[in-house]
Design a protein around this ligand. Structure first.
Ligand code: GLU
Length: 293
């Protein structure tokens, strides 16, 4: 793919960062509400893996989907992580401050003929597990004529090894898609290891296709267990599943909550109270963390 120099420089810098530090991890919450215990568990796993490996750990705020953002979450996420002692390296990375970069990548993909305009609605695609290629051959000008924006999809080779369809890189509402932003960010910041919840396993085929289209090596991906509420529903920020507020109201301190999270992960017996440093020295070997790749 043809790529302007400033984008190549970014990739190059990402490579150098990777090589220099060996391990660079990140936690990337969306500021759509308060972190619940499932999010905190993922943050803890990601932090533990990074620190066990003597690596760096970054906080990235995935705030591109502005209608879903809750302004107060940005500070709450940071203060909750700090209350537990989950300190990140450097400044938090706000995706909203990187729009120019994502747009440059998008233009580059477009100029290289790697993306096409798609007019399929969610309804058109209901029941399709993989995008059936409906708009691949349609002339790109239709969006103007229809007076609305198309979404833009990456043209992914059929029968690709990842099992992905054509990935949406810019949504029909004009927002940069999560898949594009996350891949660009892992590459530019030299992330070597991505730890997230099992629910994001579904995002892997699309992301692997994007790495392949950019000719870049993906980071290692790890997935941790999810937490469910009493009705068997996955905890959700938007549904306001209980976070640290409730714990604090009940008089619980960080040592209690860390013990509770670590016990949920099978790392310590139930009822243990301990600091993050104590937990880190207990764990020592990252391969004992309940993560699957
Ligand atoms: N921002 C995404 C979320 O909170 C996670 C992104 C990621 O870890 O790749 O679900």
């Amino acid at each position: 793919m043809r790529c302007p120099n400033h984008l190549l420089l970014q990739l190059d810098q990402g490579h150098r960062l990777r090589e220099r530090s060996g391990y660079r991890g990140r936690f990337a919450p969306s500021p759509t509400g308060v972190l619940h215990f499932g999010n905190l568990q993922t943050a803890l796993l990601s932090w533990l893996q990074a620190r066990c490996c003597g690596g760096e750990w970054f906080l990235r705020i995935d705030d591109l989907d502005t209608p879903r953002n809750r302004p107060e979450s940005l500070l709450r996420i940071q203060s909750d992580l700090l209350w537990l002692g989950l300190h990140w390296d450097g400044q938090p990375i706000l995706q909203s401050s990187r729009l120019g970069i994502y747009n440059s990548w998008l233009s580059s993909l477009r100029r290289s003929g790697l993306v096409f305009a798609c007019r399929c609605s969610r309804r058109d695609l209901a029941g399709e597990s993989i995008y059936p290629g409906t708009c691949r051959a349609i002339d790109a000008g239709w969006g103007w004529r229809a007076q609305r924006l198309p979404s833009w999809r990456l043209r992914v080779p059929e029968h690709n090894p990842f099992g992905s369809g054509d990935v949406v890189v810019r949504r029909a509402d004009g927002f940069i898609a999560y898949q594009l932003a996350t891949v660009i960010d892992e590459l530019s910041f030299g992330i070597t290891d991505v730890v997230r919840g099992n629910d994001l396993q579904d995002a892997l085929p699309a992301q692997r296709s994007l790495y392949a289209a950019l000719g870049q090596k993906p980071p290692r991906f790890w997935h941790g267990p999810l937490l469910y509420d009493d009705d068997g529903q996955k905890l959700s920020k938007r549904e306001s599943s209980a976070g640290l507020d409730v714990a604090r109201l009940n008089g619980e301190d960080p040592a209690h909550v860390i013990g509770q999270l670590a016990a949920g992960l099978g790392l310590v017996p139930m009822g243990t109270r301990l600091s993050l440093d104590e937990l880190l020295s207990d764990v020592r070997d990252a391969s004992t963390l309940p993560l699957n790749s």
